[in-house]
Design a protein around this ligand. Sequence first.
Ligand code: IVH
Length: 667
Amino acid sequence: MAENNDAHARIKTLRREIEEHNRRYYEETAPTISDREYDKLYQELVDLEQKFPQFATEESPTRRVGGKPLKQFGQITHRVPMLSLDNTYSEEELREFYARIKRLLPNREIPVVIEPKVDGVAVSLLYENGTLRYAATRGDGSTGDDITQNVLTIRSVPRRLKGKAPAVFEVRGEIFMEKRGFEKLNADRTEQGLPRFANPRNAAAGSLKQLDPSIVATRPLGIVFYGTGAHEGLALDKHSEFFPLLEKFGLPHSERWWTATSADEITGAIHELDKVRHGFLYQTDGAVVKVDSFAQRQRLGFTSKSPRWAIAFKYEAERVETKLRDILIQVGRTGVLTPVAVLDPVLVSGSTVGRATLHNEEELARKDIRIGDSVIIEKAGEVIPAVIGVRTDLRTGGEKKFPMPTKCPECGSKVIKDPAQVAVRCVNAQCPAQVRRRIEHFASRGAMDIEGLGEVMVGQLVATGAVRDVSDIYQLDAAKLSQLERTGEKSIGNLLEAIERSKTRPLWRLIFALGILHVGETSSRGLANHFQSLRGLMDATPEELQRIPDVGEVVGTSIHQFFHEPHNRELIARLEKAGVRPKIEPRIIASDSPFTETTWVITGTLSQPRDEIAEMITSRGGKVSGSVSKKTTYVLAGEEAGSKLEKANQFGVKVVGEKEFRRMIEK
Ligand code: IVH
């Protein structure tokens, strides 16, 4: 009896905790425990519910798949539910999985496919007659968010399939953030005072939740397809035929996959994958083992939550121990001081690690990290190595605490602690480290895009005094550049040309390049669009600034302060004098656009490819859909428009021809 009561209490606690972690994971995309810890809680609940079936209920998180769909997006009901997979960390259980299916299908050979488990966000894309109709998140497994516009910003997602497409093709995959792009995104966010993403999966999920596709477009997202949902007009007998099919359609899949017909071969493939997976663009957290034959899959069937024909094997995040030799301070573009661990180099998850970020003062204190400690390094998500803990049991007493400096290690100026943030900043705008980082940022690909002006070159230019601020870039000439190390005539010529070309970049790039605190790429675009000139922006009052979408009080104040620093105004005057004349792009006024909140269906033959036309519509605030319904605002009908035109007439939807469409665009 007592045991029953204890079990019931524990079950209830576990359910509550798991619900809370689900909410953090799916809705806030900010988990507070590792996958491993989550899986442990989950398994404990599964075990208890099995042992005490009297306490099982339909409401338990073990009976459901994921999080609730968001309210802001439209909802899509999946034609075939999106299930999840059972997972295991043990080879023993993996062997048991294969033994079980062999018991269920006796006397047969059962080939399986082993492929990477991509650590991203599950999506389902529906292609009808080769055209993308929608993209949806998994949501609760039966209904997900309509994220079509966001998914269309991913370059590797085709709007149209190549080759002869089937009538219906629902294809499922995982959207990921590239490992390298993720690190850069986080570095930028730190500089802008925004919270960091915990890992690439969260960054991908956070990106896809943006209601503004133009933000999503700036994120380095990719996709890997791994399975089908509903399909018509497609002859497919087994999963291994799926890969060449994807290739034919121009849909990306994982670069490696294996087949196996025994437990030994399965574990062999899993070890091989573990060796190569660190070289992939995306993060992987395991392997998925699936029965190849669809006929065999059908015979094996499903449990309420997952298929019996597949299992996910998860790799343990690799942890190693090493010595923390020293702590250095790195000074960023806006003066943020970041403590960095200098480690005895060790091999973790396929690469040698000698440095690891310690994030900030609070992290240091929370983990009580001291110089000389034996520390545990984890390349969680194999991305940036992090110090996750200290072997306090190995302390000798000689370890030294690291006080955050009260002076900037680069320039000796005093540092201040931002009350709103955990960051400590160097207040000297002329600090050489800040100057270098500002110039690097100004010239970077996402800003003024001056090829050849990278870290090493900037370091030399600042060290020799040739460049003191970004306006000096435009005073460089062949004579000055030839004094630097490792510069040939050709590279000098190229650099000078690149500098020249940067003078007429779009205005938003210049605004972004100035590195104003809290002003990222999206707000820069908004500001350029609104003010249409740098002078207009410079003279704006904080109140005026705050009326612009995406600019709140903090951002508005920061912009106002920046342009009211006399030396920043002088800097701009020097840039103008040097011939920097940013290109002013035509203004897009969201509420005035005839496209705002309209839904379009494009049909028939038009003078331009459909994806370009679709982009013209979406960039003006409209939506593009693949099928005509009562909610469609316009049908753009080219020549030989067929059933969609008929449907438009049937529903009384306004039909426009290409000429009229062009007139609307010109408005
Ligand atoms: S197959 C019936 N293959 O992992 C479900 N899933 O934990 C079939 N995932 O929901 C899924 N890589 O979001 C499959 N190569 C892969 C995968 C993969 C990542 C994700 C997917 C799935 C989750 C299950």
